[in-house]
Design a protein around this ligand. Structure first.
Ligand SMILES: [Zn+2]
Ligand SMILES: [Zn+2]
Length: 95
């Protein structure tokens, strides 16, 4: 079982889009995490949330940048930070 702090991911503030990471997280079932998010950016209400990791999409996003300069929002392939499209592209990069 992975580290609940990592598995809980983060929440994006709807106002400033800052990522708010949990300060505490505990597995309460094999697929659910009870995570406490502080008010890091000053806009969200600090609270403990139950995270259904089987339905999480916000925590796993392709980290590549699209041609338009925005973060790719595709779901990454397992064990990678990149979606299928960007995994293929990054193979061609020299860095
Ligand atoms: Zn905010
Ligand atoms: Zn991508």
């Amino acid at each position: 079982m992975s580290d609940p702090l990592v598995a809980a991911g983060y929440v994006h503030c709807p106002q400033c889009s800052d990522a708010n990471y949990p300060t505490e997280a505990t597995w309460i079932t094999p697929t659910h995490i009870l995570a406490t998010y502080p008010n890091q950016c000053g806009h969200i209400t600090p609270c403990a949330w139950i995270i259904d990791t089987t339905r999480c999409t916000y925590q796993a996003r392709c980290t590549a940048t699209t041609r338009a300069g925005r973060q790719c929002r595709a779901k990454p392939k397992p064990n990678t930070d990149l979606c299928g499209t960007h995994t293929n592209k990054s193979r061609r990069q020299t860095t």
